[in-house]
Structure formats: C-alpha cells, structure tokens
Design a protein around this ligand. Sequence first.
Ligand code: ZN
Length: 293
Amino acid sequence: MRVTTAFNKMLSIPGASVSSVVFAPEGIVVGLRRRSGRPRCPCGAKGSGTYDTSVRRWRHLDLGASKLFLQARIRRLHCRRCDRVVTEAVPWARPRARHSRDFEDVVAWLAQRADKTTIARLLRTSWETVAGIVTRVVTEAIDDRRLTGLLRIGVDEVSYRKGHRYLTVVADHDQAGRVVWAGEGKNAATLGLFYDELGESGCAALEAVSMDLGAAFKKATDTHAHKPANASTRSTWSRSRTRPSTRPAAGRGTSNATRPGPRPGRAWDARPRTAHHRRGTRPGGSSTAAGRS
Ligand SMILES: [Zn+2]
C-alpha cells in the first residue's frame, strides 16, 4: 500500500484526500487535495471566483512521537454577502484556526478537566495557543439565540480554583435550568454585563429573577430589570437568605437541570414553600460542581 493511501485511510480528513506525505524535521507534513469545486466563505455563501491562493499548514493530532501537520492550498474569495475578501472555509479546521478541528476539540475537552499549562505541555504547544483555541471553540458552541425570550432566570455564583475565583452564572428556568450566560466575578458589575447584553427589551420582558446572594446581584437587578412598569413583577426579583420561607424554587446554578422551573402563570416566589419543597431545592455543593463542569 502506498504511503499516501495509508495516511488517507488513517487520517480520514473530511473533504480532502492525502496527496503527499513528507517527513520533515518539524514533523510529518501531510499534503491535502480538496474535493470540492467552488470555494465557500465561512458564512456559508459560495464564491464565484478565486481572489488568490496560498499554502497553509494546520497542526493536527500527533502521530506517535511526531507532530503532524496538514498542508493544503487554500483560496481567498470575494464574498458578496460579507462584502469583503475572505479565506475559504475548510472542513477540517475552523475559520482563522492554525490547528485542525480534531486538535482543537481535544484541547477544548481537556480544558474542562485540566489547567491550560498542563494542556500546553501535554500537547507540546503554548499556553496562549490553548487559550485561543478554548475561546474559538466556545464561541462556535454558543447559541446566539440563547438570550432570546428569557422570562424566568436564576442567578448564582460558582467558585473554581479552590474557591479563589468566581463565575456568575445565569440559568433559564423555563428551559430546565439551562445555563445561558456566565461571566467572571460575582459582583453587581458582573451581572450588569449580562443585563447589558440582554438589552433593554430583554430586561423589560423578564418576569422573575431568583438569586441567593442578596446585595450585589440585587443591586444589578434593581438597576437593570426594574424598568418594566408592571408592579406585580417586582415582588419576584430577589429573596435574601434571611427570608427562607419565600426563597425561589430554583437558581442554584446548573443544579436546576434536574428540576423543572416554575410553571407559566403561577405566582412564583410570592407564595411560601413547604418544608419538603425547600429541602429539595438545596442540593449541597451543586454550585461548585457546575463550576467544574
Ligand atoms: Zn461571507
């Protein structure tokens, strides 16, 4: 079997076949030949012609002790939809990435379980590269519609780095506690960033906000979300720890995932909870677990 055929089978690169294999001092360089015809912009639009071409390399997953690079000739095109010259999209790597999608996915998976320095040493790359990849993968995974139509949300803090660093996490009670936003820090300014991103109309649409922390989060919520004129919504904003009988049913980070949110049309935290209900809503340590996930 020819070496290119072997690498073709072994790597199974989407949208391309292996045309050459070179054992270079820096590692194995695998040349790729595209299967598709017209270049496509990362936005999805097809280009009508080629602006220019160049050769690009992407770091791929190691092969044994060797680093492995994918190399291909890629085109730039003028995208009518974006109204500018762009580099064509390739199936094996994200736009602007210098690492293959597989390599980046491994980094993103490891980033949930280890610190960036460990990952950088394990994969023989730099800390900055790991940070850049994590940002790119997370950006791709974020659903732009996640802040649309929010009615009942829960705000909580989660700690990481042994309690030295905090994230503010916002969950949507109407979607089984799905996390829709997270920001570094746990003060009013942090939550203020969320409300800024939500926008004036998004804040006005909020019917209820549950939170445990009192002062900081309440301050931000009062500033941003008290704009709606409907007085009946005001009672549902925040409940401090000193009033456990009216604590909202949810809002403990992602711990809500296993628990349905309040039903639409129901007076939420305005009514006292039963003892059974309260017990069920205080899973110990769930917030920290969310932070490590
Ligand atoms: Zn485009």
